[in-house]
Ligand binder design. Structure first.
Ligand SMILES: [Zn+2]
Length: 442
């Protein structure tokens, strides 16, 4: 059995079969760049980076797109507050975003569309929806006519009646139906664009559909994003796509859960926000990455200092085993790159079960334990295979341990230390030992 993924659209575990053979097109909703990203925002950035790495490891050719929402009410508000242009605000936080994701070991997406580069296409898209009766204009605002989509609510599994009740809370007299959402927003404040419907800017739900269509020209394989985007954002993306392109935008919808701080949703107004930029070091970034990746991806993570320390301990255990093996193999000049195929098969088996990371964590425990055993037993070939397997697995997960080989000089001391110990020249051995400790080799 190949890779099984939980599809939020069908609520079923399905075998992953891309639309175009070996090619995988994946789109993940990216950040609105008006602030620094916090640990909660980092979760999808880490998770989908791992998904891309794993699919690539399986041999797929993955095109991963993630957008930058560089126009939004929040950006306009910030620009006014800080006496800057929207572009200046967006550029600043976009750069901060790249620095932050690097800190947690995620690569940039292959394609990074910016909403403001597609305004013309969005206007055209909205015009087409209007021409076909899927949208209507009221006083410069354009709304999507939800009643025209028979299976509206298919993703969030809510029927229109339920949705209606929720939407009625904020009654907008202009709309035909409380569920109708904004495609074009008339604006008097901040940046605006000319359109046949008047000056304004596109709605967020339209941005992702239009950019998806422009980049991939058809249904994509995977659409990702946080669980909280399911409704209304993703539901509305699907509705627009159905209206004009007659498909559900993506074959597989994969949603990742929230990360809460001590049981409360992180929010600026509550003052309980942990920002990625404030992580002290790359090691701390990796510990956060491990914590996020090894938590079941659809569940909420209850982040706490206690949980972090647990992963720190784990991470340091991997580092110790890895380091010792690396140096012993270097000392013996063993450069074999072969894996232990049993470990790799187990890794694939776990990951193929909808990214069952708990089983992967158990496997890593076992590899580390086995490495320590074969090291004591001087089984260098086995050590080398276990070491290579651990490296392969951590690479796919994007977890770096930041341990390099010894320099020639350090290796020389290492050899002298080993020789002195063997020859029971304790004083001499101790001298070399001190140098190695100073160099963090042992
Ligand atoms: Zn989106």
């Amino acid at each position: 059995m190949g890779l099984m993924v939980y599809n939020s659209l069908t609520n079923e575990l399905e075998e992953f079969q891309p639309i175009h053979g070996n090619k995988v097109n994946m789109y993940v909703c990216g950040p609105t760049v008006y602030n620094h990203i916090h640990f909660g925002n980092a979760r999808p950035v880490i998770f989908y980076d791992m998904v891309k790495r794993y699919l690539t490891f399986l041999g797929y050719d993955v095109q991963y797109a993630s957008n930058i929402t560089d126009i939004d009410d929040k950006i306009i508000k910030k620009a006014i507050e800080e006496h800057k242009t929207e572009k200046e605000v967006a550029n600043f936080y976009e750069n901060a975003f790249y620095k932050a994701i690097e800190k947690v070991g995620s690569k940039k997406a292959d394609l990074i569309p910016h909403a403001t580069d597609y305004i013309y296409e969005m206007i055209e898209f909205i015009q087409q929806l209007m021409n076909k009766g899927y949208a209507y204009e009221v006083d410069g605002d354009v709304y999507f006519r939800v009643s025209k989509i028979a299976d509206y609510g298919c993703l969030s599994n809510q029927v229109s009646e339920e949705l209606n009740q929720g939407a009625r809370i904020s009654v907008n007299q202009q709309k035909e139906n409380p569920l109708d959402f904004t495609l074009w927003k008339k604006t008097n404040e901040g940046i605006q664009w000319d359109s046949p419907f008047g000056k304004g800017r596109p709605g967020w739900h339209t941005e992702c559909v239009v950019m998806n269509h422009k980049l991939f020209q058809g249904q994509i394989d995977i659409h990702g994003g946080g669980m909280d985007l399911k409704f209304p954002h993703h539901e509305n993306e699907i509705a627009q796509c159905e209206a004009l392109y007659h498909h559900h935008l993506a074959k597989y919808w994969i949603h990742v859960g929230r990360l809460d701080l001590e049981g409360t949703k992180m929010s600026k107004s509550l003052g309980n926000v942990l920002y990625v930029k404030d992580l002290d070091s790359s090691v701390d970034g990796m510990i956060l990455r491990a914590l996020i990746l090894f938590s079941p991806y659809r569940s909420i993570i209850a982040y706490s200092e206690e949980l972090r320390l647990q992963y720190k301990k784990e991470y340091e255990k991997w580092q110790r085993a890895y380091k010792q093996a690396l140096y012993e193999l270097q000392y013996r000049d063993i450069t074999n790159t072969e894996n232990n195929e049993e470990y790799i098969a187990e890794f694939i088996e776990a990951m193929n079960q909808d990214f069952n990371v708990q089983n992967v964590l158990t496997l890593i425990h076992r590899i580390v334990r086995d490495m320590n055993i074969v090291l004591r037993e001087n089984k260098w070939n086995e050590l080398s295979k276990a070491f290579n397997s651990l490296k392969t697995i951590l690479d796919v997960l994007g977890i770096s341990l930041f341990i390099e080989k010894m320099t020639e000089e350090q290796l020389d001391i290492y050899k002298k230390w080993s020789k002195a110990r063997k020859e029971k020249q304790y004083e001499e051995a101790d001298k070399y030992r001190r140098i190695l400790v100073e160099n963090h080799i042992i």
